[in-house]
Ligand binder design. Sequence first.
Ligand SMILES: [Zn+2]
Length: 299
Amino acid sequence: MPGTSPGSTGAGRYAPSPTGELHLGNLRTAVLAWLFARSTDRRYLLRIEDLDATRVRLGQAEQQQADLAALGLDFDGEPVVQSRRGAAYTEALATLANQTYPCFCTRREIAEAASAPNGTIGRYPGTCRELTPAEQAVRARQRSPALRLRADGAHQTIRDVRYGKVTGQVDDIVVQRNDGVAAYNLAVVVDDAASGIDQVVRGDDLLPAAINQAYLATVLGASPPLYGHVSLAVNGAGVRLAKRDGAVTLADLALRGVSAIDVLGLIADSLGLPAVDHVAELLPQFDPQRLPDHPWVIT
Ligand SMILES: [Zn+2]
């Protein structure tokens, strides 16, 4: 049986948010991350990304772990729970103190500035980058700021198993939200480094975020991981799969007589691999270079 690999030092991970049940696309990414990790003799770690307290649903972390276990995916050690990691994030933010600036923008202001003629959608337009201390004091009376990393337009290159070397311009990402909680990008980078994660497998919608996260890792003195961005599952309209797309969770599918092993077979088929009785039987045939490039269409 696959399990802990005493000789290996690196690790891969799966890091869901406990905001709802995992659907087929989430489960497929978890299987892929497991295959990438185990086929390279890495540990496989679970992280619970529960910093967005308003979206966390009670009991979902446990349900997600039960679903992953039902597919035969095993994890090394106890899960890392982000809501218990505040001290580590505070420490990281302290080391970044000279490289951050307060940002008072609302989401709407950023969207409006980014859609202006010279703006770039999805990038921070730089509104608060050069505020003077006096201007900051005025703004702070109306709204508590988030903290952004001053990237100075740096470029960062990442290595991806499927995309090769990818270079992009680093955005001034938020590292601390305006409610004082560590931002998603900071938590991910701090946790990956602390856990010795050197392989990150996830949906290819996160490829642009990898540029920013790898840069932040470097700033924090960590080595960016090797990435493996994999295609997503989509519905019949080509839109990223969501729970509202029908029977797409293990619980929904069980009601229709589709077992967890059947689901593993569907996932294997979507990867060009044969149906098996246990996920470990996929390991000898798993080749990251032969994964399909197109999304998995669920209808
Ligand atoms: Zn701003």
